[in-house]
Structures are given as C-alpha cells and as structure tokens.
Design a protein around this ligand. Structure first.
Ligand code: IDP
Ligand code: MG
Length: 151
C-alpha cells in the first residue's frame, strides 16, 4: 500500500443538506487524515478548470453552474491507498447505481446532485490539490494514533 493524498469535495447540494459533518466523519473514522479544508463558493472559472476533462460533454455548463452556485467544502486527505479507498467509499458516479453504505448510495439519487467529488487517479489528485490549495495551505502533521491504524 502506498501513502497518497487525494482531493475530496463536499459539493453544494450536500452542503445545503447539512451533510458536511457526516461526510468528514466517515473519512476520519476510516482512519484517513485531513491535511487541508476550505469552505467557500468557487468561481465559475475554478469550476471550469476543475472539470476541464468534461468540457465537451453536454452537461458541462450545468455542472459548472452548479459547482459555483454555493459553498463547497474542499479538502485534502492523506492515507494508504486513499485515492481508490475514497472512491469506493463514495460509490459510483450515478447515485442510483451506488450501493447502500456508500456516500452517494446513502445520500444521492440524481447524477447531477451526487454529493461528493473525489480524485479518480494519482495524476488527478496532484492536479486538483494544486488547483484548489496553495502549498502552504496543506498542513503536514504527525498523528499520534497512526500506529493503531497502520502496521
Ligand atoms: P465522478 O465524479 O464520479 O468522477 P465524472 O464522470 O468525472 O464522475 O463526472 C464528473 C461529474 O459530472 C459527476 O460527479 C456528476 O456530478 C457530473 N456528471 C457526470 N455525468 C453526468 C451526466 O450524464 N449528467 C449530468 N451530470 C453528470
Ligand atoms: Mg471524475
């Protein structure tokens, strides 16, 4: 297993629904470590840069309008294999197909209101962390309970 960082974001729908604490709680309890957190309304330009890979898709405009419509909770989390484990915890892109017990499977119905974003692969994580955070906003810290989480 490889120590990794990922970019996770509670999207505006989930902020409005009061799910920030619930979502943070799941990653904390799983054993991951938060390194950064920012609560603000992203600009349309930031939303477009974040979702640049989808700019030719028909839903791109609506997606960027939605992401920049209200506050999000943008975060950096660290842990062994956090990128793929977080995606598993999130469920699949369409909440209707996400298993109960996953975040999208527990809290979502529509693909355009799917509660949470998480980096898909390591290159995306590096790009997204750099897009949303300055290096000095990412706090490296030693967590004393790590020896109870990792062998
Ligand atoms: P992901 O968030 O699971 O990585 P992506 O395929 O990267 O999914 O799509 C980015 C976001 O775009 C999704 O989380 C979802 O909010 C939105 N999206 C994806 N496909 C559709 C669609 O067919 N209609 C509307 N929105 C979509
Ligand atoms: Mg994606």
């Amino acid at each position: 297993m490889q120590r990794q960082r990922t970019f996770l974001m509670v999207k505006p729908d989930a902020v409005q629904r009061g799910l920030v604490g619930e979502i943070i709680c799941r990653f904390e309890k799983r054993g991951f470590k938060m390194l950064a957190l920012k609560f603000f309304t992203p600009t349309r330009a930031l939303a477009e840069a974040h979702y640049a890979e989808h700019k030719e898709r028909p839903f791109f405009g609506g997606l960027c309008d939605f992401l920049s419509s209200g506050p999000v909770c943008a975060m950096v989390w660290e842990g062994n294999n956090v990128i793929s484990i977080a995606r598993t915890m999130m469920g699949v892109t369409k909440p209707e197909l996400s298993a109960p017990g996953t975040i999208r499977g527990d809290f979502g119905i529509d693909v355009g209101r799917n509660v949470i974003h998480g980096s898909a692969v390591p290159e995306d994580a590096v790009r997204e962390i750099a897009l949303w955070f300055k290096p000095e906003e990412v706090c490296e810290w030693t967590r004393t309970m790590d020896k109870h989480i990792y062998e």
